[in-house]
Design a protein around this ligand. Structure first.
Ligand code: 13P
Length: 250
């Protein structure tokens, strides 16, 4: 179901004590209850974070990745089933940092989406173009292919469980945010592509988040766009006051 969502992607930041303190700080501040706050911690924190937030209907916990197999001899990896067993309910899949630093291919991402859904985890599926793609006016086509190749095998029932995050690679961690015009343009394009494949009902009910240097200053303008349903926030999610200010920006 389409709803207002702010998800904090901590990436590889915060030791266990710092992470749990950050969650306490966030929870103790006043944040809009009609906004779902998702906290994507490193694996180390997930179980304790999920336990802390289990009675809060406006908070949820996400993993930042999962392995594409159910179980087995994959040293160092974590399965969707394990994540689900902690009480976390979401998993980020297809983040550009995983695509580029860990060579995650479309076929791996497809398997990850399938295994997440099979274990009752909601994928937050990331798409987004590079600066070269945008400068050469290929951004719409790149995002169209990312959606099509990794997701269009899904049944309508499964697709409707997803959250989509548009994260232009050139805006991640750079301090350069997409303008609200650029964000709305791409979000509207993504929704219209979903409409073409899955129909109006599903496209209108898909939550599409913006990510890339989203902060307490620019969130209000971004979230006021018709097709922007919230944010996937990196750096600014590491400070409680900023994360809560962003969640209160609708
Ligand atoms: P920043 O907000 O630090 O640009 O990171 C965005 C991001 O990658 C969230 O997944």
């Amino acid at each position: 179901m389409r709803r207002k969502i702010v998800a904090g992607n901590w990436k590889m930041n915060k030791d266990l004590k710092q992470g749990l303190e950050l969650i306490d700080e966030i929870v103790n501040m006043n944040s809009a209850e009609d906004v779902l706050k998702i906290i994507a911690t490193p694996f180390i924190h997930i179980s304790l974070a999920a336990d802390k937030l289990k009675d809060k209907t406006d908070f949820a916990v996400a993993a930042q990745n999962c392995h594409q197999s159910n179980a087995g001899a994959y040293t160092g990896e974590v399965s969707a089933e394990m994540i689900r067993s902690t009480g976390a309910a979401y998993v980020i899949i297809g983040h550009s940092e995983r695509r580029s630093y860990f060579n995650e291919s479309t076929s791996v991402l497809t398997q990850k989406v399938n295994i997440a859904l099979g274990n009752d985890l909601t994928p937050i599926f990331c798409v987004g173009e590079s600066l070269d793609d945008r400068n050469s006016n290929q951004h719409l086509e790149v995002v169209r292919q990312q959606l099509k190749e990794a997701l269009y095998h899904l049944s309508p029932a499964d697709f409707s469980k997803l959250i989509i995050a548009y994260e232009p690679v050139w805006a991640i961690g750079t301090g350069v945010t997409a303008t609200s015009h650029q964000a709305q343009g791409m979000h509207n394009f993504i929704r219209s592509e979903i409409n073409k494949k899955y129909g109006k009902d599903i496209s209108e009910n898909t939550s599409i988040l913006y990510g890339g240097s989203c902060n307490a200053e620019n969130a209000r303008e971004l979230f006021s766009c018709l097709d922007v349903d919230g944010g996937l926030v990196g750096g600014a999610s590491l400070k409680a006051a900023d994360f809560v200010a962003i969640a209160n920006s609708f």
